[in-house]
Design a protein around this ligand. Structure first.
Ligand SMILES: Nc1ncnc2c1ncn2[C@@H]1O[C@H](COP(=O)(O)OP(=O)(O)OP(=O)(O)O)[C@@H](O)[C@H]1O
Ligand SMILES: [Mg+2]
Length: 345
């Protein structure tokens, strides 16, 4: 995997997939058994952590409790033998950037979680490293503070013009902050791309079901000849007895793939009540209606499966009623059930 200079790169994946390990390898806190790690042109496998010119920010802030905020931020600079005036300027600049200039005399115990995280960031930014490595730095904050700090980190990234490598298991954080996302599962890289690419064209079933909330609907399906608009038979798919028309390009790719068992993927927002020229229509019974105020999540039980749709709250939908949900051809996604890989563009 290659991280571009100055990008906000996010490592995303479930607990235990290897995000922290990947970050510790880059930082030099963990030794690689094989493979190369490069910063710019320089191979750093054998370079000590302190000589890699990277700063790491952890989930736990790791501040010195007996030192003031000022001294916590200045600590690394003093170790590096900067002059007193130089240190003072760097600490005050960092504190101003992070909006903690009023707190420099306090001890960490007298700060809120968000303020402590800012001090930890301050300690990293005074060093002007080549890259910042951040391991779930916001996960100890309450949800409102997290949203605020997310925006501040994005601003900080822009202001510093530095490379950020940011670890999270929170897909909303990854989608909203990252210029690119790498999705990991079980120690393996699954996909690297912009948030939109990863959302729109997941490379396999893992990424498809990991990204998006509610998760993508996945239905067992197989290739089949289905009736087109003009009633002629065309290559398509069948999912639980329902015919699914496919755009010509996708039908060709399905044929070329040679796949015999499929998973059909439809995002909840792509199931609707009034879709013109739908690829497929699912008839079922409303099992659950969850209203979120601005939208509702409707679970429809089909003969052998169920699907969930995100619908506008203007539609009145009763629990237990029958309902038809359709999808447009361009929103049908296919995966080879055997290899779990995406079929199609
Ligand atoms: N020092 C170690 N020695 C052996 N195995 C380890 C070590 N550290 C972590 N592991 C294992 O490596 C895998 C990846 O761990 P890692 O901490 O990188 O996951 P993570 O993606 O950061 O998870 P989380 O979201 O829970 O922080 C896990 O199965 C873990 O048990
Ligand atoms: Mg971790």
């Amino acid at each position: 995997m290659e991280i571009q200079d100055r990008e906000f790169f996010v490592l995303l994946g479930p607990s235990g997939c290897g995000k922290t390990t990947a970050l510790r390898l880059a930082a030099g806190l963990e030794e690689a058994n094989e493979g190369g790690i490069y910063i710019g042109e320089r191979r750093v496998n054998e370079v000590a952590a302190k000589d890699r010119d990277l700063a790491m920010v952890f989930q736990s802030y790791a501040l010195y409790p007996h030192m003031s905020v000022y001294d916590n931020i200045a600590f690394g600079l003093r170790m590096r033998k900067h002059s007193k005036d130089e240190i003072d300027k760097l600490v005050r600049d960092a504190a101003a950037t992070l909006g903690i200039d009023e707190l420099l005399k306090r001890k960490p115990g007298q700060l809120s979680g968000g303020q402590r995280q800012r001090v930890a960031l301050g300690r990293a930014i005074v060093r002007r490293p080549q890259a910042f490595l951040m391991d779930e730095p916001l996960s100890n904050l309450d949800s409102k503070m997290r949203v605020q700090m997310r925006a501040e980190l994005v601003r900080l990234h822009r202001e510093l013009g530095a490379t950020f490598i940011y670890v999270t298991h929170d897909q909303v954080e990854a989608m909203t902050m990252g210029s690119r996302i790498a999705v990991l599962d079980a120690g393996r890289l699954q996909q690297v791309g912009s948030p939109q690419e990863v959302y729109d064209r997941p490379t396999n079933l893992f990424v498809a079901s990991f990204i998006g909330s509610p998760a993508m609907n996945l239905l067992e399906a197989e290739p089949a000849q289905v009736a087109a608009q003009d009633n002629s038979k065309k290559a398509g798919a069948r999912a639980g007895g329902v015919d699914v028309r496919l755009p010509a390009g996708l039908a060709n790719q399905l044929k070329e793939s040679g796949a015999s068992s499929l998973m059909l993927g439809i995002r909840p927002e792509h199931l609707g009540l009034n879709v013109t020229e739908p690829a497929a229509t699912f008839d079922g019974q409303v099992d659950l209606v969850e209203s979120l105020g601005n939208e509702q999540h409707v679970t429809l039980s089909l003969q052998r499966a169920s699907v969930i749709a995100r619908l506008s709250t203007t539609e009145r939908i009763e629990h237990g009623s029958s309902l038809q949900l359709s999808v447009a051809p361009e929103h049908v996604q296919l995966f080879n059930a055997a290899t779990k890989e995406r079929i199609g563009p």
